[in-house]
Each structure stands twice: as structure tokens, then as C-alpha cells.
Design a protein around this ligand. Structure first.
Ligand code: 13P
Length: 341
């Protein structure tokens, strides 16, 4: 294992106020989003959409790394250039989602366990040879009556840690993503308690599995009230609760934090990230960055709708969102930026 290479990659992923672009939707997830817009659910449409993202002018000025999916890392642009080469040429580090999805957990109704450890070592070796330098694994934690259970948190944290150790052995920076879902009626306080409990367990397991914290990125949820909760806190209250929670449980050595968006609107995900950086950046041991999928892609997909003629406008919309998020990393985002594009 080349520890310095891992640390350098992790640093590069959060350098220059940039963030990650998650474009690693599995085919079923991608198809669900296409279906809502009447886009054909075909390999050709998936290729065209991913080419649109990767060839967005200026993307590399705001995005440090892009998370691909197994199909996508093997695809090319229409001119024959591989997506991996196109990303590297744009100054973007290729990454790869390596989990096999969150499945129903035996003995734990309504809870999920993420699969994918079997054969992972050889898959990681292949992805490294293909040019990937970081990876992603997402665990899903649901808040509800009597859940999450300790058994679910433990099993998911253990899998995340074993994945992370294998990644580092293969020279890939693990993006460790324990996502506490926004769905439900729970309060912000409950989300904070569950997020803390989950992160404590995740870092205990990472420690047991000897993961180098400087050579990993944490991809957490923000601390938010459930979507169906009657009280919805302000942007500043969410920023305060999220930072307070992480200061309790995320070691200072961690290479960086890159939030998932989890179904927040593009603008809210940007505003909340901005508030955290504006209020706390100078006092935090880690960078607070972004690793959004829906919150940066959705406006572009809504414009594209599978039509080649809409590609330039869709790319502008994608660029606009990543540019707003780069501003949010500096605490310089202002909602007035939304009116000009
Ligand atoms: P969202 O930003 O849409 O939550 O996706 C991030 C991600 O990569 C989920 O694994």
C-alpha cells in the first residue's frame, strides 16, 4: 500500500474548493429518473447522458472527482475517447461505485444492509488498472419506530470498514458513505442522535480495520429534520446542528467531508453547505465539500429530456449548479446567483 499516494488523492479530492460529482446511479435508479421524464431506458440513452455530463464545458474548474458506475467506467464518448480519459483530460479524478446495493436485512424488518464484499479485492484491482483512484460504498440507515437497530448499524459499519481497508490496499481512496435517510417524520434532534450513533460505530470499525483516516473521505448526510416532520429548521439551524454533530464524532485526521444531497433541492443543498462554510470554515479541522448527484444533476436532466438539441442548455444548468456549490465551499454563495443563468 502506498500511503502517501492515498493521502495525496484524498487531499486532491477536496482541494481548491472543488467537490465530487456523483454520476454512479445503477441502471435501475437511472431508469427510474429517465422514466419520469419520458427518456428511453436504454444503454444508448445512458451513454448519451453520461457523455453530456463528462463533456460539460468548465466542469473541471468546480469538480475534482467523478464517481462512475461499472457500466460507465467501460464506456466511451461517441468519438471513441474513453470516459476515463475524457475525465482525466478535464482534470477530474475518476472514481467508481463498488457496492452492490442496499438489500433487505435478514431478521431486521424495514432495514437494509449493503452487499458487495465478495470478490471486491479483484474488482478493485481491475478498477485501479482502468484508472480509478477512489471508490464509493453507500450504507443506508432508516429512521422509524424502533429503528435503526444496533444490529443494522453494526453490520453496515463493519462492511464499510472492510470495504475501506480493501480500497486502501488497492491504492483507491475510500469514500465512506453512511446515509441516514431524510424520509420520515423524525425531528432534526433525532437525526442528530442517529447520525452521531452511526458515525461513532463507523469510526470504531474503521479503527479496528486499520483504515488510514488521512487517506479516506467521509460522505455523510447533513443533519436534517425528516421530510414529513412538521417543524423544518432554517438553513442556519441545519448548518449549526450538522457541524456540532460532526465535531463530536469525526476525527480531525479524516481527509475531508463531502456531503451527499439525499433528495434536497439543488438550491437548498447549496445554501446549507454555504452556511456551514460561512459560519465555521476557519474553525474546522476538515474541508466541508460536496458529493452530490441529484442536487447537481436534476436541473440538467429536466432540460435534456433525451434530446440532442438540449445538450448545451443542460450542460449550462449542470455547470451552474457545480459553480454555485464551489462558491458554497468558500461561503460565498448568494441566492441571487440563481437568477443570472
Ligand atoms: P444524492 O446526492 O442524490 O443523495 O446522491 C449521492 C450519492 O452518491 C448517493 O450514493
Amino acid at each position: 500500500m502506498n500511503t502517501q499516494e492515498l493521502i495525496d488523492t484524498a487531499r486532491a479530492l477536496v482541494a481548491d474548493d472543488k467537490g465530487l460529482l456523483a454520476m454512479d446511479e445503477s441502471n435501475p435508479t437511472c431508469h427510474r429518473r429517465f422514466a419520469l421524464l419520458g427518456i428511453p431506458q436504454t444503454v444508448e440513452a445512458r451513454q448519451a447522458y453520461r457523455e453530456l455530463i463528462i463533456t460539460t464545458p468548465g466542469l473541471g474548474s468546480c469538480i475534482s472527482g467523478a464517481i462512475l458506475y461499472d457500466e460507465t467506467i467501460r464506456q466511451q464518448k461517441k468519438d471513441g475517447t474513453s470516459f476515463v480519459k475524457a475525465l482525466i483530460d478535464a482534470g477530474i479524478i475518476p472514481g467508481i461505485k463498488v457496492d452492490a446495493g442496499a438489500k433487505n436485512m435478514a431478521g431486521h424488518p424495514k432495514e437494509k444492509i449493503t452487499e458487495g464484499l465478495d470478490g471486491l479485492r479483484s474488482r478493485l484491482k481491475e478498477y485501479y488498472q482502468m484508472g480509478a483512484r477512489f471508490a464509493k460504498w453507500r450504507a443506508v440507515i432508516v429512521i422509524g419506530d424502533g429503528i435503526p437497530s444496533t444490529g443494522c448499524i453494526e453490520a453496515n459499519a463493519h462492511a464499510l470498514a472492510r470495504y475501506a481497508a480493501l480500497c486502501q490496499e488497492a491504492g483507491l481512496v475510500p469514500v465512506v458513505e453512511p446515509e441516514v435517510l431524510m424520509d420520515g417524520e423524525h425531528s432534526l434532534q433525532r437525526c442528530s442522535e442517529v447520525t452521531q450513533e452511526v458515525l461513532r460505530m463507523v469510526f470504531n470499525q474503521l479503527y479496528s480495520q486499520r483504515v488510514i483516516l488521512e487517506g479516506m473521505i467521509l460522505k455523510p448526510n447533513m443533519v436534517l429534520p425528516g421530510l414529513a416532520c412538521s417543524s423544518q429548521e432554517t438553513v442556519d439551524e441545519v448548518a449549526d446542528a450538522t457541524v456540532k454533530c460532526f465535531l463530536q464524532v469525526v476525527p480531525a485526521a479524516v481527509g475531508g467531508i463531502a456531503f451527499l444531497s439525499g433528495g434536497q433541492s439543488g438550491q437548498l443543498a447549496t445554501e446549507r453547505l454555504n452556511a456551514m462554510n460561512l459560519r465555521f470554515k476557519s474553525r474546522l479541522p476538515w474541508a466541508l465539500a460536496f458529493s452530490y448527484a441529484r442536487a447537481v444533476q436534476q436541473p440538467a436532466m429536466d432540460i435534456w429530456r433525451g434530446q440532442a438539441a438540449n445538450v448545451p442548455a443542460a450542460q449550462q444548468a449542470l455547470y451552474h449548479r457545480v459553480n454555485c456549490n464551489r462558491a458554497a465551499r468558500r461561503g460565498e454563495y448568494n441566492p441571487s446567483m440563481e437568477k443570472h443563468d
